[in-house]
Unconditional design. Sequence first.
Length: 248
Amino acid sequence: MSNSITDVKGIKVGHSTHQEALTGCTVILCEEGAVAGVDVRGAAPGTRETDLLRPLHLIQEVHAVILAGGSAFGLDSAGGVVRYLEERDIGFDVGVTKVPIVPAAVLFDLYVGDPRIRPDMEMGYQACLDATFLEIKEGNIGAGTGATVGKALKMRGAMKGGIGTASVELARGIIVGAIVAVNAFGDVIDPKNGEIIAGTRNIERGGFLNSADYIKGNILVERGFSMTNTTLGVVATNAILNKEQINK
């Protein structure tokens, strides 16, 4: 167990990072196919092929999921993953060819780095080449490169977010793993003691503001700013579930 989503057999993870532009993408490969579901929330989601993960639709399995920065522009990175899988004859068999099923989701990181450079097909392809079953890198890398948290005072009080992964082994050999790109409006809380470990910096006094308390007293957030925050996550398990169960 490496305490990562790759502890689930068949899952590989790879990153592609543009350090100068402060953006990137992260691919979760499941080349043998994996039953998948989806839960999309928020005011302004940026997604590709997530509708087909709902129970009423034909497709039962995906072959990869990609998370990316770049807002809607970053959805282009999925094309590189599709190309990588097609070259390896992986996908949904439609007779004349196999179509790789690659849902994608993006976060907003255009306020940091260079907003003119975003994850594209080449970065998606490179993330696949980087993918490994072994321990994966975390922090300001891949989809987490330009992620930020603590934006109650807009970007002047924000801090870097990032990408992280963990896993747990349950009874009877069941493993659940997750990988999350944290580009949240609010704070990151230590679950052991409730302390804020990243969030809105108190510019006047040092330390942190409590974002939840601050919002209660300052309910008017600048128009549009509250829609530029996203937390993207992929949860994987070796438990046998059908499409309805995994959506629940």
